[in-house]
Each structure stands twice: as C-alpha cells, then as structure tokens.
Design a protein around this ligand. Sequence first.
Ligand SMILES: [Zn+2]
Ligand SMILES: [Zn+2]
Length: 265
Amino acid sequence: MKEHEKKRNLPFILKKGAAGRLPAVPEAALRAGRILTELLFPGRCPVCDRPVEPPGGDICGGCEGTLVRIREPRCQKCGKQLQDAGAEYCYDCGRSRHVYDRGAALYTYACIRRTIYRFKYRGRREYAVFLGRALAENLGGLILSWRPDALVPVPLHPERERDRGYNQAELLALQLGKRLGIPVLSGYLARVKNTRPQKELEGAARQNNLKKAFKIVQDDVKLNTIVIIDDIYTTGSTIDAAALECRKAGVQRVFFIALAIGKGL
Ligand SMILES: [Zn+2]
Ligand SMILES: [Zn+2]
C-alpha cells in the first residue's frame, strides 16, 4: 500500500472528552458519533471473538447462554462446585488450610478457558467490560455482604505487565469496583518476584515458587477487609501468598473473587 493510501485508510477517532468541552453538541450528533465508533471499532464478543452481534452490546445474544455459572452447593471455603449437597468443603479444602477466609468464582473453567486465554495473552482487554459486569451481577451481593474496604487485584510482575500492556485482574477489579462502588487499590500489593507461571508447576513447587513473590508497597492505608481479584483460582496458592502479605500488614479479613475455578492455563 502506498503512503497516501495508508493515511486515507486511517480510521477517524473520536477524541476523548470532546463532548465535555463542547456542551452545545446535540444529543443526536453524540449518538451518531457513538454509532460510528462502534462501526469502526466493534467490540469483540468474549465467547466467539467476533464483533458482537447485535452490535452495541458487550457479548452476542446467542453466546451468553453458553457460559456455565457455578451454582450451589459450593465449597464454603473456595467456592468450588460440590456434587454432594451435604458436604461443607471440597476435597482440597477438607485436607489443607488456606490463608484467606473465603472466596467464590463465577464460571466453570471449561466454559471460559478460551476467553481467559485471549483476555490474557491476545490483547482482548475489552472483554473486561462483559466479564466485570457478569461478576457484579452474579457475585455483587456476596461481595457487598463482606463489606470490603477495597478490591485488590493480584498484581503482575512489572516486566510481565509491560510486555502484556495491562494486568487483566486489574481491569476486572476496575469494572467491578465501578459497578459496586468499592475502591480499587491497584498499587497496594506488588509482585516483586517474576515467578514462573504456576501452570508449569505442581504441588509444593507452586508454593515455593510464590514465596516472597508479593509485597505491600502502599503502607499508608489501613484496611480491615479486602477482596483479592484474580482471573483463575486453581489450588489457591497465589491467593494464599497474596493474603499472607496482607495479613502481615494488618488486614483482618481477606476474601477473593475469581472469574473461573479449575485448572490453570
Ligand atoms: Zn459471540
Ligand atoms: Zn474448596
């Protein structure tokens, strides 16, 4: 393609905040602008990864029904789906103790696996809008019942965040915090060790891998109750390692919310 053709093909971008500076812009023009933006930059569906159908939503009408939510009975500790309604804890939580108090996840791992993969590794940060909304609609009541002072996303190591361009757990926490009116403390906890991905490790190696991986870096806030936000809960060792540092800093109650529970990616 020749240089002048490239220029002509550059999409027209609506400037952020333009409407605020020009209060006289009629509503119809703003609406036209939004429609134009959607036509040029259609949001991708978190399930099929095609432009959302019908346009304007954050997920296709037909795709939403394919997602499988975790229902009761759930493990009273990690929130994993239980088969036996009489059981209190899942097999794992019955055998080992956790540092956190309690948590819950929204989806079964199998139904959301490919969505999370693209959300983390293929730059689909726009998925956070639907995923944050789904978390708020389905687990918002539970989160609010814990009366948290703040949501704390599981941090990425700065090098990994630089490579990826964003922290997917932070995007989820921001969407969730906005909808539930809970502050998000992205700078409270830092990842100071660039650990190997947990998916490559088993059992005890997972815990050793995370030793001293997290550190509280914002020590001017006094928090009593927090909810740690992550994308996938697997064995709980990441949440436990983060919770341990928070407890050392005086946090009394530590909960977690994850998008999915199951095997790691
Ligand atoms: Zn779709
Ligand atoms: Zn459990």
